[in-house]
Write a protein that binds this ligand. Structure first.
Ligand code: SF4
Length: 421
């Protein structure tokens, strides 16, 4: 974790790092000293309105509007609110972090578990929620259990051990895990707000999103927007990994320039070949002039000068390292992470991984690039979840960003490593 020391905390509002203001491994007393209690608001105050005004987007990958998800659950619960507990909404803090290049959620849960808990409790009060869960990997659970035991208002929050699998953190997989014990994604068409766990209105947010909700509930939308840009307000955590002096989690304002993020992590810009932004379902970009934009940035692609941060991953590839070989390894991993429910995903991703491996190894001619395109077209949009689409996005961005390397590889050479393939 890399955080700035607090310059001061007037009115209990953190003036340095927002999410790590209470310090390392903060207990409840340190948390309250840094942030103060969640205030009792008047009747005219509403969390939904503050979330809408804040512009907070999800920090787990898809970047949906936090307010829209909140409002959808609020609408869905109203007809059912007289139906007793079974009709009451379900709130889940998702800290599964199946993305191999991300460790920001683990860092947040270790250092600031009480912010996540506060976010859940604030939303539970607003939504009249009946069931609250925190879903996280086995290594995170003891500290979370200790945090829950420290406070009398959180003993009804249940902990769930997330399986260690890439797709286990997808929202629909989290709900499947609750119902069946197996974290298998469901059809993307199903809306959890209308029929999630046991058919109840269900709100799943990444743990970092819940921590920001806790801060919006304390300090309001105006404070939240004091950092970041109009299109991408607030701060976000990013895991900086790869060819870096040391892997680090940074809290950066929305709309940060990617080269600035790299500099904060001690990475010299001229040593960088490319950066994978967003994780294994993300995009390769050349970092110069690129802005880490939020989910609300139109286009969101590198051609628009902005790239969606996805799960907050910034993975550095140094000059002299082959981007095609790195991508081939990732696609092979992703093919192995199929939940094996959908044919195109189950059979298409290994075929795509094989084609990328041959391209990286320089085994094939121009027909190989066409084959990668053909296989990508066969799997895109053909899964019950986003896994095939995310994999195709990674491959497409590699072919674009490393287009020169592709030509060299087809000629049996790698220009980055300077050797014959
Ligand atoms: S697309 Fe793949 S990962 Fe997603 S549900 Fe189908 S088989 Fe599972």
């Amino acid at each position: 974790m890399a955080t700035e020391p607090l310059a001061g905390a007037p009115s209990g509002r953190p003036a340095g790092s927002r999410l790590f203001a209470a310090g390392a491994a903060a207990g409840h007393a340190a948390h309250l000293a840094a942030y103060g209690p969640v205030p009792r608001h008047g009747r005219d105050w509403s969390l939904a309105q503050e979330l809408e005004a804040s512009g907070l987007t999800g920090r787990g990958g898809a970047g949906f509007s936090a307010w829209r998800k909140f409002a959808a659950v609020d609408r869905a619960r109203r007809p059912a609110r007289y139906a007793g507990r079974a009709g009451r909404s379900v709130l889940i803090a998702n800290g599964a972090e199946g993305e191999p290049l991300s460790f920001k959620d683990a860092t947040l849960l270790h250092n600031a578990p009480h912010l996540v808990i506060d976010g859940l409790l604030a939303a539970a009060e607003a939504l009249g929620a009946g069931s609250l869960f925190i879903y996280a990997g086995a290594a995170r659970l003891p500290a979370l259990a200790a945090a829950l035991a420290e406070r009398s208002d959180a003993r009804h929050i249940a902990l769930l051990e997330a399986p260690d699998a890439f797709v286990a953190g997808q929202s629909s997989a989290v709900v499947s895990f609750l119902e069946t014990g197996r974290a298998l994604p469901r059809d993307v068409a199903g809306r959890l707000a209308d029929g999630g766990f046991q058919g109840r209105p269900t709100l799943v947010h990444n743990v970092e999103t819940w921590a920001h909700i806790a801060l919006v509930a304390r300090y309001g939308a105006g404070w939240f927007r004091a950092e970041g840009t109009a299109e991408d307000p607030g701060t976000r955590l990013v895991s900086v990994t790869g060819d870096v002096p040391s892997e680090v989690v940074l809290e950066v304002p929305g709309g940060s320039r990617l080269d600035g993020v790299l500099a904060s992590a001690g990475v010299a810009g001229d040593a960088v070949s490319a950066v994978l932004v967003g994780g294994y379902h993300g995009r390769w970009v050349r970092p110069s002039g690129v802005v880490l934009g939020g989910g609300g940035v139109p286009g969101g692609g590198p051609e628009s000068g902005s790239v969606r941060p996805g799960a907050g991953v910034v993975h550095v590839l140094a000059r002299g390292r082959c981007g095609l070989a790195a991508t081939a390894r990732m696609v092979e991993y992703l093919a192995g992470q199929s939940a094996r429910q959908c044919g195109p995903c189950m059979f298409g991703l290994p075929a795509l991984a094989g084609a990328m491996e041959r391209l990286a190894a320089g085994r094939g001619g121009p027909e190989l690039v066409r084959e990668v395109g053909r296989l990508s077209g066969l799997v895109a949009g053909r899964g019950a979840c986003h896994h095939p689409d995310g994999t195709v996005q990674l491959v497409g961005s590699a072919l674009e960003t490393f287009a020169d390397d592709v030509r060299w590889h087809l000629a049996g050479q790698c220009q980055e490593t300077g050797g014959a393939l």
